[in-house]
Design a protein around this ligand. Structure first.
Ligand code: FES
Ligand code: FES
Length: 160
């Protein structure tokens, strides 16, 4: 099987991997780097459970060819908390506002929310719902997730 070597920054560290050329970024993250926060739900770009950030943009890593991360920066949910374990305000808000139930969608939701708040620190509810439109949740009905993101945005604003 043809392999490719890719070098990229993963959660702040320079990394390199030699993987089958057909692998997705999701498979590489989970199987080569053992980062299992990003989940495989549908595997075809429909559910958002596999969302990670590539150069700050939320992407569906299940359909993102690994070769395309060459030279880029990838952030997964494992890279959200501080190095001392302090949770990101979004993670804290999801926990405190029942934004998590079964948790399957959560890492993808967090990454989409992070991409939004990094770009737009004061989003309207509609902007939040639009940013989450590619992320499906079977449990929460979305209300608590939207509230969690609103609370995190407030916390982040008050700190800046
Ligand atoms: S697993 Fe990637 S979008 Fe569903
Ligand atoms: S918390 Fe279960 S799918 Fe969202």
């Amino acid at each position: 099987m043809k392999k490719v070597t890719v070098s990229f920054v993963l959660n702040g560290d320079q990394v390199e991997a030699e993987v089958p050329a057909t692998w997705s970024l999701l498979r590489t993250l989970r199987e080569t780097f053992e980062l299992t926060g990003a989940k495989e739900g549908c595997g075809v770009g429909e559910c958002g459970a596999c969302t990670v950030l590539v150069d700050g943009m939320a992407v569906n890593s299940c359909i993102f060819p690994v070769a395309e991360v060459e030279g880029k920066s990838v952030t997964t949910v494992e890279g959200m908390a501080g190095s001392d374990g302090t949770l990101h305000p979004l993670q804290k808000a999801f926990l405190e506002n029942n934004g998590v139930q079964c948790g399957f969608c959560t890492s993808g939701m967090l990454m989409s929310a992070k991409a939004l708040l990094d770009e737009n620190p004061d989003p309207t509810e509609e902007e939040i719902r639009t940013a989450l439109s590619g992320n499906l949740c079977r449990c929460t009905g979305y209300v608590q997730i939207v509230e969690s993101i609103q609370k995190a945005a407030e916390t982040m604003k008050n700190k800046s």
